[in-house]
Ligand binder design. Structure first.
Ligand code: 3HC
Ligand code: NAI
Length: 696
């Protein structure tokens, strides 16, 4: 192992280089190395120092792997005070990203320069924490209370130019970190610039009304989280205290939060969303080239997939059923790109170039003859899909990857329509496909490793989070969804109201309650599914059919302005419709059910037990490789609260015995739906957790 921190003398300038791949996190060795380097500089003849990092980025923060373990000295904040206390000036050069503790190290230096393209941020709230090494105290002193609080409560990354405007850096420069650092150090020498400690500054006066507005906004955007407001409190308190008293308060807040389940959950999410992309069996497997993507079907999903590909620099050929439908698809894509322009994500010139040069819309399948990967997103009907894959097999070049975006259908059957089942896989995007981060990559029985690897390469190109799934009805996400959605219907039949369910589950942290989701997706979908399943339905199965009444009344959800809720100008986000309760009451009466009251705890307990039980089955059957794959699927595709880490992490947190006890209790009245998953039973018997299955 090379030294993670080096000290080099360049004439009158000392250069401290942090070199701890991959992202220069400040683990204990880096911290100790920085103290030693600062001491070496202090004792040397050099008059000014440069602090920089080697590799792709400046320091990305504290070493998150150390969190939850006994902290080892020197602590980061001590080290930063040590640097700031130097009697000779030190300039920090930021390249790549200076995040969390990395940015805090930069704030401990007397001057900062950023290379073009560099970004800084305090993303600790994404880990359930607050900045813990001076960020809440130094940043307000440097740039003012309101902009500082906005930066560390939003966790956003601030680009170099904005840093210059805000006064975070003295200059934005080009060149290598070493060149930039030496140049600024020479300026310090030439102009005799002094030591300048942020800790000695005071916070500029601000309007308390602006702070109150920010607090309200932050609270509304982060329901359920505990860290954001704590960060503001600590910053505000610190502004009126001597600097080191403020630091003490910050430290206390950081350590209090370090003990919370939210911190553990969010760090689990951080590592899990990276672990999903690295499957041991794909190590060294080279994906196929991706440049030209075919998309079949330009409806809701095909259009979004095409936009996602275009925005990532891929060429797209989209096939529709006829010229008119192809034009409609093109118009839809142009509309989505126009939105990107409106939101400042794309220039009008770039949009025009994408539409003119990178997108072909046609009804001629022959245009796919040189596509590298084709994604089918036609109607959810097996016969239509089989027809499409037969055509693709005849037209696509050898080695082209053929993918289906089906939500539920059997990819093996689809692959069997081709003479190249090894090239076929599922690529299950989520709606809206150019926004949602999750991509389920479905490995069929004969999918070749490099084809699976190509699915992961596509996800990377599209900046999506890929989760490998096996073939079954609904793969990971939709299969589990079906189970907990059914549990919801049971509770409504027994006496809970859909409005209560939504309220309780949103309070638990879900982005949207299940009945609001149904209104968004369309009540027709549930109706059609009930119709499809009716002939084969087991008589023991309990289900709610009030949706059929809503369907018959044309109340299809948001798209008709009326579903479980009423959507109009008065309440664009929906208000409960009292008539729904009458419709449900009639169904209960018809089924001989006497309704009873449900507590919020009972709703959460049953909802989560149904989710965890099906998830355990999905892992037990190998549909999901590890529990963490389920967690990431639910976090990124189904609005599961990140501060609870995902259903499997949550199950470990509340205890698997308790989950199994809920299932066993429910089975007393419905042993058809409530059958405990073998894996859950096994883990409880062995005294193990889902987390034990995440290793390796
Ligand atoms: N500690 C430990 N490991 C880290 C890390 C960190 N702070 N940041 C990244 N890594 C690891 C990743 O887990 C990954 O490991 P793997 O290769 O084994 O999967 C590897 O470094 C590369 O990371 P990415 O795949 O994320 O690389 P990218 O280039 O896509 O992104 C990044 C780089 C923008 C720096 C991104 O990794 C990131 O956002 N990191 C986290 C930054 C952060 O949250 N910092 C704050 C930490 S808390 C803190 O500093 C507390 C302080 O206030 C006291
Ligand atoms: P959609 O009905 O909006 O679009 C389907 C499009 O396919 C239509 O524009 C239609 O003209 C076209 N099409 C039909 N047959 C064709 C053929 N033979 N050749 C070329 N084009 C053809 O449907 P949507 O919602 O986009 O769904 C598409 C697929 O994506 C389905 O398999 C669905 O299950 C899946 N899916 C849907 C999600 C959603 O939220 N809507 C989410 C994830 C997957």
């Amino acid at each position: 192992m090379t030294d993670p921190v080096r000290y080099e003398a360049h004439g009158e300038i000392g250069v401290i280089i942090v070199d701890n791949p991959p992202v220069n996190a400040t683990g204990v060795a880096v911290r100790a190395g920085l103290v030693a380097a600062a001491d070496a500089f202090a004792a040397s003849d050099q008059k000014v120092a440069v602090l920089m990092a080697a590799g792709r980025t400046f320091i990305a923060g504290a070493d998150i792997k150390e969190f939850g373990k006994t902290p080892l000295e020197p602590h980061l904040s001590t080290l930063i005070h040590h640097i700031e206390a130097l009697e000779k000036p030190i300039v920090c050069v930021i390249h790549g990203t200076a995040l969390g503790g990395g940015f805090e190290v930069a704030l401990g230096c007397h001057y900062r320069v950023a290379l073009k393209g560099a970004r800084v941020g305090l993303p600790e709230v994404n880990l359930g924490l607050i900045p813990g090494a001076g960020g809440t105290q130094r940043l307000p002193r440097l740039i003012g209370m309101i902009p500082a609080c906005e930066i560390f409560t939003s966790a956003r990354q601030v680009g170099a130019d904005e840093c210059l405007k805000l006064g975070i850096v003295e200059a934005v420069v080009e060149g290598t970190p070493l060149e930039a650092g030496l140049a600024f150090a020479r300026k310090i020498l030439a102009e005799d610039l002094p030591v300048r400690r942020i800790s000695a500054m005071t916070v500029a006066p601000y309007d308390p009304a602006d702070l109150a507005a920010l607090r309200t906004n932050v609270a509304a955007r982060n329901t359920g989280h505990v860290c954001h407001l704590r960060a503001i409190d600590v910053a505000v308190a610190g502004a009126d205290l001597p600097f080191f008293e403020g630091i003490k308060q910050e430290r206390q807040g950081f350590w209090d939060l370090m003990q919370t389940p939210q911190r553990a959950a969010m760090i689990h999410a951080f590592f899990s969303e990276r672990a999903v992309a690295s499957l041991p069996e794909l190590k060294g497997v080279v994906p196929r080239a991706l440049g030209h993507i075919g998309v079949i079907g330009g409806g809701t999903m095909g259009g979004g997939i095409a936009v996602s590909c275009l925005l990532s620099g891929l060429r797209v050929t989209l096939i529709e059923r006829n010229a008119e439908a192809a034009q409609k698809a093109r118009d839809g894509i142009a509309g989505m790109l126009a939105d990107s322009v409106k939101r400042g994500k794309l220039t009008p010139e770039k949009r025009d170039a994408l539409l003119a040069d990178a997108l072909v819309t046609t009804d001629d399948y022959a245009a796919l003859s040189d596509a590298d990967l084709v994604i089918e997103a036609v109607f959810e009907l097996m016969d239509v899909k089989k027809d499409v894959f037969t055509k693709l097999d005849a037209i696509c070049k050898p080695g082209a990857v053929l993918a289906s975006n089906t939500s539920y259908l059997d990819i093996d059957q689809i692959a069997a329509m081709t003479k190249r089942p090894q090239d076929v896989l599922g690529l299950h995007f989520f709606s809206p496909a150019h926004v949602m981060k999750l991509l389920e990559i479905v490995e069929a029985a004969k999918t070749a490793p490099e084809v699976l690897a190509t699915g992961f390469a596509l996800a990377k190109a599209l900046k999506k989070i890929p989760v490998r799934a096996g073939v079954c009805d609904g793969f990971i996400g939709n299969r589990i969804l079906k189970a907990y959605r059914t549990a919801c219907d049971h509770m409504v039949l027994e006496g809970a109201s859909p409005f209560q369910m939504d309220e309780v589950l949103e309070a638990f942290g879900f982005a949207m309650g299940p009945f609001k989701v149904t209104d968004l997706a369309g009540i027709d979908i549930g109706y059609l599914t009930r119709q499809r399943l009716a002939p084969t339905r087991d008589p023991r199965e309990r289900f709610g059919d009030w949706g059929d009444v809503l369907y018959a009344k044309g109340r299809l959800g948001r798209k008709t302005g009326h579903g479980h809720y009423i959507y109009d100008a008065q309440s664009p986000k929906g208000r409960p419709d009292p008539e729904l309760l009458e419709i449900i009451a009639e169904e209960r009466a018809r089924k001989g059910i006497t309704p009873r009251a449900f507590s919020a705890e009972e709703i959460v307990e049953r909802y989560m037990a149904a989710m965890i039980n099906e998830a355990a089955r999905v892992v037990g059957e190998g549909i999901a490789r590890r529990p963490l794959d389920v967690d990431v699927t639910k976090l990124y595709g189904y609005g599961f609260p990140r501060f609870r880490g995902g259903p499997m992490h949550y199950a470990d947190h509340i205890g698997l015995e308790r989950v199994l006890a809920t299932i066993t209790e429910q089975a007393k009245t419905d042993d058809f739906f409530w059958q405990p998953a073998p894996l859950l039973q096994q883990l409880v018997a062995e005294g193990r957790k889902f987390a034990d299955l995440n290793q390796g």
